[in-house]
Design a protein around this ligand. Structure first.
Ligand code: BV8
Ligand code: ZN
Length: 261
């Protein structure tokens, strides 16, 4: 199948060449990912086709306020997503990123995705900025957190096994701050030679600010995304197309290139 290319071949090939050049020189690489990386695995994105659940946007349900108002509704949404994600497998994009996560002096993979497909692809140096849909936490009770991969959940809404209080998904909701350790790790990772942002609409902060932080620190920045984003005009190279195809193409050439330069 002819790869889907949105750019004229000439610039596309030059852009790919430049990325491979930079990868061959890079010691420290940071990769930021969003829902677009899991699209080929069948996980709906937030802003793309299927991004809506019933008529709700993620911003309507993924908030402490929405949960306080109607925990059953929010758990129905998370139950639907868990059921869907449970049948998904890492795709070629996850596989390439997992290989690269062990292929440099230092590689950090910063994901906004809560589907744990990077973890399932055995990715090293993974920072889950927004948590995991497979982890739960006590809501306003004893602070317990635990992993529960049961689909469907034993009871919905689920309860805290320690104090019996309501349980919540251990994800970062809109209006909630990220885990300080993850945020520190993300900002430290902006000190790198190559910062690659893949499959994200670059709208949600603080994740959307990281590519600009890396640029400020002198990193070569590249974006791989199906559509253009607010970051496209600010990166050194912006490639438009499916991540699973473009990453596989770059990996094939990069991983077959002589390293003794
Ligand atoms: C916070 C977990 C302190 C839950 C999520 C500064 C400016 C403006 C607003 C703010 C700001 N600072 C803070 C805010 C508020 C807010 C925010 O950013 N709002 C947005 C809507 C403007 N941020 C927060 O609330 C953060 N907390 O800042 O706390 C604070 C608090 C209040 C006020 C100030 C400071 C917490 C944000 C985290 C929220 N939790 N997820 C759950 O998942 O249930 S966010 C969630 O949405 C995802 O994790 C992800 O981050 C985001 C979705 O974005 P993407 O992953 O990029 O997905 P999307 O569908 O949008 O795009 C997919 C892209 O892929 C598309 O472009 C498409 O073209 C492309 N694509 C599709 N297929 C492919 C592909 N690309 C390549 N290949 C393909 N095959
Ligand atoms: Zn509890």
């Amino acid at each position: 199948m002819k790869p889907v290319r949105l750019q004229p071949d000439t610039t596309y090939c030059m852009d790919i060449d430049q990325i491979i050049e930079k990868l061959l020189d890079a010691r420290r690489v940071t990769i930021l990912t969003g829902a677009g990386v899991s699209a080929a695995s069948g996980v709906p994105t937030f802003r793309g086709q299927g991004g809506l659940w019933r008529q709700y946007r993620a911003e309507d349900l993924a908030t402490p306020g929405a949960f306080a108002r109607d925990p059953s509704l929010v758990w129905e949404w998370y139950g639907w997503r868990r059921e869907l994600i449970a049948s998904c497998r890492p795709n070629a994009a996850h596989e390439v990123i997992a290989r690269w996560s062990r292929g440099f002096e230092r590689c950090r993979v910063l994901t906004q995705n809560v589907d744990d497909l990077h973890a399932r692809a055995d990715t090293a140096g993974l920072v889950r900025l927004h948590g995991s849909i497979w982890e739960l936490a006590c809501w306003r009770g004893c602070g317990a957190t635990w992993r529960d991969e049961s689909v469907p959940l034993a009871s919905s809404p689920p309860r805290c096994p320690r104090c019996g209080n309501l349980a919540r998904p251990a994800v970062v909701w809109f209006g909630e701050t990220l885990n300080p350790a993850d945020l520190d790790a993300a900002f430290d990772a902006c000190a790198c030679d190559m910062f690659l942002t893949v499959g994200t609409s670059a709208i949600v902060h603080p994740a959307a600010g990281l590519v600009h932080e890396a640029r400020r620190r002198g990193a070569f920045t590249a974006e791989i995304n199906l559509d253009s984003t607010p970051a496209s005009a600010h990166v050194d190279v912006a490639l438009q197309g499916p991540a699973e195809q473009i990453l596989a193409e770059i990996a094939a050439r990069y991983e077959s290139s002589p390293r003794d330069r």
